[in-house]
Design a protein around this ligand. Structure first.
Ligand SMILES: [Zn+2]
Ligand SMILES: [Zn+2]
Length: 495
């Protein structure tokens, strides 16, 4: 865990705690960033706090101010910093007990802190440990705990630089709910070409803290017309060039590179790559790879978003797959592949030919796909309603027309007034009862339309990925013929 203190908070801690007699207490508020780091933005001295060996309770007056800051500045309560006599520079056992008590009272918090300030020790000039910060009049030692690590541990504490960092910028412009939905998010992007590189960039700018980039190609001059690469990248591996581009946007971004191609022979490697992901994005110009990804998603119980552009970017489509809830990718795009929209295959490799198209048109599909990915994250964290209804209704096949008359051959929109290009249709994908991936969740259209099924499925989506994982295990057990009482009435089931 990493903790930053603003210069104003450091001055306050120094003036109000380090420069004063010991046994004073300050409540601290700030925010938790999507990458799990904390920034302390406000400190409130509490003269009347009730501090016993087992708990710390803010005084009624401090409680009011804390609530006001939480409401008006969207800050979160992060714990306490208090001062000890110089002989006790670290938290006591009671401090840790009180911290655990704070967590019991604030179970929604992703992290809580306890800090100890002592006056300057003049005896030595030893460097401070990572969990300590030198103050003008003393030192601050910080410990923290998270729901995953409920035993307090030393945390790295540093001063927030004068230049605002990426997360501070995100907090000012990215909606609060979205940032919450992205906490700890890890997106695996398969394909760092025109669609994948644009999706990756938008995910990073929106606050996704962790990415894995998968591609085995190098940047070529033709890529410059439609990707995020520039001339300096030509000849470099796409993965490392993309990482450098993204880290230049957010230096705290965690990036893993996989210079390999997803296919039947590399499936086991990718099973490992996907094992701690929160979502996978299929953006490779390779339908074979997308088919393997579809199977792996269902094995791992991982949601996925697939994006494709076709017919010289006359249109594109975005497919969202949530195993156990929606149809699989293959059942969704199967009809398209048999129809006229299948792009030309590069003979011998099975990969799609690069088409002549404008970068802006490709980027349009990529942006919509990135929005869909963010929608999946936020739906699972129950912090955004954008994608919830289509997911629950299984309208997971989004077709986007980028040219006028794209839907002309089907007659859709042909005679609709006030229509031109950039239409989208959200088509129900019901799955195939015989499909090994999505057969167990295949539904009849009439069932989807029943509101009571929406309500049940909505509840399930909000419970997030672990719930979806459980459902998947359940599905596998059922398919092996083990009956499970009550499975029909499970909250996520929309059968
Ligand atoms: Zn103490
Ligand atoms: Zn299927």
């Amino acid at each position: 865990m990493k903790v930053l203190l603003t210069p104003e908070v450091i001055t306050l801690v120094d003036r109000e705690l380090a420069a004063q007699p010991p046994e004073r207490l300050m409540h601290v508020l700030g925010t938790v960033r999507p990458d799990g780091s904390l920034i302390v933005i406000e400190g409130l001295i509490d003269w009347e706090a009730e501090a016993s060996s087992a708990h710390v309770r803010p005084s009624p007056e401090a409680e009011n101010r804390i609530q006001r800051l939480e409401r008006q500045q969207r800050l979160s309560y992060l714990g306490v910093i208090h001062s000890h006599p110089p002989s006790v520079p670290e938290p006591s056992h009671q401090d840790f007990v009180a911290l655990q008590d704070l967590q019991r009272l604030n179970p929604h918090m992703l992290a809580l802190l306890v800090g100890v300030v002592v006056q300057r020790n003049h005896s030595g000039s030893d460097p401070e440990p990572l969990h300590a910060l030198k103050l003008d009049h003393g030192r601050l030692s910080l410990h923290g705990l998270t729901p995953a690590n409920p035993h307090p541990r030393p945390v790295r504490v540093r001063e927030a630089g004068d230049r605002p960092d990426f997360w501070q910028a995100a907090e000012q412009r990215v909606p609060d709910g979205s940032l919450r939905g992205l906490h700890g998010a890890h997106a695996v992007v398969i394909g760092a070409g025109s669609v994948g590189s644009n999706i990756a960039e938008h995910l990073v700018r929106a606050g996704v803290p962790r990415l894995t980039l998968v591609d085995d190609e190098v940047v070529e001059p033709v890529n410059l017309t439609r990707t995020v690469y520039d001339y300096r990248d030509v000849g470099r591996k796409k993965t490392s060039a993309l990482r450098d581009h993204l880290v230049a946007i957010n230096p705290d971004l965690q990036v893993t590179l996989v210079d390999d191609r997803l296919g039947a022979s590399t499936a086991s490697t990718f099973r490992h790559v996907l094992s701690d992901a929160s979502i996978a994005i299929g953006a490779a110009d390779d339908n074979l790879a997308m088919g393997v990804l579809d199977v792996l998603l269902h094995e791992c119980g991982l949601p996925g978003v697939f994006a494709a552009v076709y017919k010289g970017a006359a249109g594109g489509d975005i497919v969202t797959v949530v195993p156990g809830v929606t149809a699989c990718w293959r059942c969704t795009v199967g009809p398209r592949q048999q129809g006229t929209l299948l792009p030309a295959l590069d003979y011998g490799t099975g990969r799609l030919e690069g088409e002549i198209a404008l970068g802006v048109d490709i980027a349009t599909i990529a942006v919509l796909a990135a929005r869909t990915v963010l929608g999946v994250f936020c739906t699972m964290a129950d912090s955004d309603r954008f994608l919830e209804r289509p997911l629950v209704e299984r309208r997971t096949f989004v077709q986007v027309g980028l040219t006028p008359g794209f839907y002309g051959d089907t007659g859709l929109f042909a005679d609709t007034p006030a229509q031109h290009a950039w239409q989208s249709t959200w088509v129900s994908s019901l799955g195939d009862p015989d499909c090994p991936e999505c057969g167990a969740t295949a539904v009849k259209q009439v069932e989807v339309a029943e509101p009571k099924h929406w309500a049940r499925a909505k509840l399930g989506l909000a419970r997030g990925r672990s719930q979806l994982r459980n459902l998947l295990t359940r599905k596998k057990r059922r398919s092996r013929g083990v009956s499970e009482p009550g499975a029909q009435g499970h909250a996520v089931s929309i059968r």
